[in-house]
Design a protein around this ligand. Structure first.
Ligand code: NAD
Length: 474
């Protein structure tokens, strides 16, 4: 088995103990990974704090060059990262390779960004300049659905802005982040990037650490709330990208055959384990039956299994706790609706769940109101557009949403009324490094990606110059 190491102060170091990493397709032990101790967390934070003085003063061009080098190195190691990602996360090869490709793309995007001084006013009296300065040590805490991509898209803007970093992956998908640590070890000065792992126990020690200035977190809403509480003692800057229960509204003017593939892809990508998956599908009664059968047909043909098998199109649920949760949502779907595809979870090792489509189900069922985060799509029938917009908005979440229509004016009017950070029209789940990703309501705080996401890793600083003073001296 390959050996993996933590990255602390520029050195690859073993953990105090080891942890088993399980392949979710068959529940076998796929690798061992080091587990950081509390003492190692302290060493990592101290190293990042020491490194900040030098790194924050490097020229932006140097930081950009380091990130370009990182993107090149990700490209060169893409095959190895893809292989490890299939093993730890479970996703099929094409999706794993796409995740690595996206990570490279995000890294290249941030490598080309700048943090220019903005001159807000330059009059005879005064000059007002807005500068951006780094915050200090950033802790980035990741979930298990896109472990490599999320590590990279937090790391790149944090470093470009001049911060130093502690990365902490989720306990069930630590390996690709540890591979990333091997890649960056020889690119960045010691202490600029540190990677530690845990068994769900070190997070709170990072989020209340007095020497950490900011937490960039992606994960569940309940953990986000715990982090906010914990970070209050030192008033840390927070970016929280949390849970979602994205609604899609299909208007009565669509051709169900035309929209089915887009809806299917958005609901079942990564076996539904995407924060911006399409999770509740509201369909007008005039096209309901037709769209339900289109989607059921696609789900029945889908090959779900071990991501390492070249035939597999959709991988397993990533971990046991999530699998058990999905089994409960499956029961809820069976009790409250009609399952028209999937539904039968095989009795075998591994967390394989067939793509499941549920019709004749209403708001109020747990599988509709909550976030299953797995391959179950509830389809709800509606008659009145105003009423369905209200139902779609009647959620504590507000990450994304979508409208599907052949009439762009109508679609725009509905989009304007959906209470989420992103609303797509005739697509869902589309994202990219230049597109800001802002959550609404209890889906989070702050923004990731784009110029706005980069600025979240900085503090604004105003330089206010009295120009009249200079004039009076002459
Ligand atoms: P989780 O909240 O259980 O864990 C996420 C990370 O937080 C892990 O690294 C975990 O070890 C750490 N953690 C756990 N308790 C902590 C604490 N008290 N303090 C600090 N860190 C702690 O989430 P998960 O189950 O890994 O991920 C699934 C959830 O993530 C879903 O709700 C999904 O919607 C959400 N998600 C959101 C986005 C987004 O961008 N909004 C993206 C992906 C996933």
């Amino acid at each position: 088995m390959t050996n993996y190491y933590l990255l602390i102060d520029g050195q690859g170091v073993p953990g105090d103990r080891d942890m088993e990493v399980i392949n979710p397709a068959n529940e076998t032990v796929f690798a061992h990974c080091p587990l950081a101790s509390r003492r190692q967390l302290e060493q990592a934070v101290a190293a990042a704090k020491r490194a900040f003085a030098g790194w924050s003063r490097t020229a932006l061009s140097e930081r950009q060059a380091n990130l370009r080098q990182t993107a090149d190195a990700i490209h060169a190691s893409a095959e190895r990262i893809t292989e490890v990602l299939i093993g730890e996360q479970g996703k099929p090869r094409a999706q794993a390779a796409a995740e690595v490709g996206f990570a490279e793309m995000f890294c290249r995007y941030f490598a080309e960004q700048t943090l220019d001084v903005e001159v807000r006013e330059d009059s005879t009296e005064q000059c007002i300049e807005i500068h951006r300065r780094p915050l200090g040590v950033v802790a980035a805490i990741m979930p298990w659905n896109f472990p490599f991509l999320i590590s990279v898209y937090k790391m790149a803007p944090a470093l470009l802005a001049g911060n130093t970093l502690i990365l902490k992956p989720a306990p069930t998908t630590p390996l690709t982040t540890l591979v990333l640590s091997e890649i960056v070890r020889d690119i960045f000065p010691a202490g600029v990037v540190n990677v530690i792992t845990d068994n769900n126990d070190l997070g709170p020690h990072l989020t209340n650490h007095p020497d950490i200035a900011k937490v960039s977190f992606t994960g569940s809403t309940s953990t986000g709330k715990a982090i906010m509480k914990n970070a209050a003692s030192s008033l840390k800057r927070l970016t929280l990208e949390l849970g979602g229960n994205d609604a899609a509204i299909v208007l009565d003017d669509v051709d169900p055959r035309q929209v089915a593939a887009g809806i299917f892809g958005a609901a079942f990508l990564n076996s539904g384990q995407v924060c911006i998956s399409l999770k509740r599908l509201y369909v007008h009664e005039s096209v309901y039956d037709d769209l339900c059968s289109q989607l059921a047909g696609m789900a029945q043909c889908a090959v779900v299994g071990d991501g390492a098998d070249p035939e597999t199109q959709f991988g397993p649920v990533q971990n046991k706790a999530q699998y058990q949760k999905i089994c409960r949502y499956m029961e809820d779907a069976r009790n409250n609706g009609a399952i028209i595809a999937g539904g039968d979870i095989p009795d075998q090792p591994g967390y394989i769940v067939p793509l499941t489509v549920v019709r004749d189900i209403e708001d109020g069922a747990a599988v509709v109101d909550e976030e299953p985060f797995g391959p179950i799509l509830p389809i709800i029938k509606y008659r009145d557009l105003d009423e369905v917009i209200e139902r779609a908005n009647n959620s504590p979440y507000g990450l994304g949403g979508s409208v599907w229509s052949s009439d762009m004016n109508r679609a725009r009017q509905v989009a304007a009324r959906i209470e989420s950070g992103t609303v797509w029209i005739n697509q869902h789940c589309a994202f990219g490094p230049n597109i800001p990703f802002p959550p609404a309501k209890q889906s989070g705080i702050g923004v990731e990606w784009g110029k706005e996401g980069l600025e979240e890793f900085t503090a604004m600083k105003v330089i206010n110059i009295n120009k009249a003073f200079g004039a009076s001296q002459h």
